[in-house]
Design a binder for this molecule. Structure first.
Ligand code: PLP
Length: 246
């Protein structure tokens, strides 16, 4: 800082202009997404997926009224949430939506409020340990594998869902809130979300408290809302195209 340029005002003004431009862009995209949702008549929780985008974008979204953000990589999420906390922009709920390794569970348990991608007992046990260490409770969604062919997107097979739900429901630090799914690549999202709705209805008989159904992304949120999604997870429609996976 000692070597700050004499003409430091120009770059600062440029930064401000860029921030203002980005904020307007996000506001507009958010409005378009809210309109898409409104057309369906549903009133889901909008989880904005900020993965690959900077904390400044997430902060702008919080300023625009967003209460829920989603992240899928532990390191990136941990740093981003810390930055949001420092600037007073922590959203009400941070959702972890990515495939979870048990060695990352302790870290995720420190900053996530909701873990949407729980798909095996090993992760449940690791999250419990992490939650106890952090003295926090976590909301849990069970990710269901609707493809059933191990596409690599994670998820518990429908047959194993009831047992996994029992395991989470019996936890003293995790709260079973519902289910999450991603429509299989190249498949019909409508059929996939109908299947999810059916599996969820059956789960609700034993776990009436597990009312959340997280389904639908930028490309298929309308189909998910037709089938009763309570949470949609929208990234690119609001933030723009992500850079290629690093
Ligand atoms: C990235 C991601 C999303 C958001 O996807 P978009 O198509 O960008 O809206 C939703 N859910 C999960 C699990 C994701 O990994």
């Amino acid at each position: 800082m000692a070597d700050a340029p004499q003409d430091g005002t120009a770059p600062l003004a440029e930064g401000d202009a860029e921030r203002t431009r980005r904020r307007a862009e996000l506001a507009e995209a958010l409005e378009r997404t809210r309109e898409r949702i409104a057309v369906t008549g549903a009133e889901p929780t909008l989880v904005v997926v900020t993965k690959f985008f900077p904390a400044a974008d997430a902060a702008a979204l919080v300023d625009l009224g967003i209460t829920d953000i989603g992240e899928n990589r532990d390191q990136e999420a941990a740093a981003k949430v810390a930055e949001l906390e420092e600037t007073g922009h922590r959203p009400a709920r941070v959702h972890f939506i990515g495939q979870l390794q048990s060695n990352k569970a302790a870290s995720v348990a420190r900053y996530a409020d909701v873990v949407q991608s729980v798909d095996r007992v090993k992760i449940v046990t690791a999250l419990e340990k992490g939650a106890r260490a952090a003295e926090r409770r976590l909301d849990v969604l069970l990710q269901v594998d609707l493809a059933g062919d191990d596409e690599g997107r994670g998820g518990v097979l429908p047959d194993a869902l009831p047992a996994l739900a029992e395991r989470v429901a019996g936890s003293d630090v995790l709260d079973l809130r519902g289910v999450m799914a991603v429509a299989p690549l190249g498949g019909d999202p409508d059929a996939a979300f109908a299947r999810l709705a059916d599996l969820h209805e059956r789960l609700l008989r034993d776990h009436p408290e597990a009312t959340w159904r997280s389904a639908g992304m930028s490309g298929d949120l309308e189909a998910a809302l037709v089938h009763g999604a309570t949470h949609v997870r929208v990234g690119s429609a609001i933030l723009g195209a992500r850079p290629r996976a690093r």
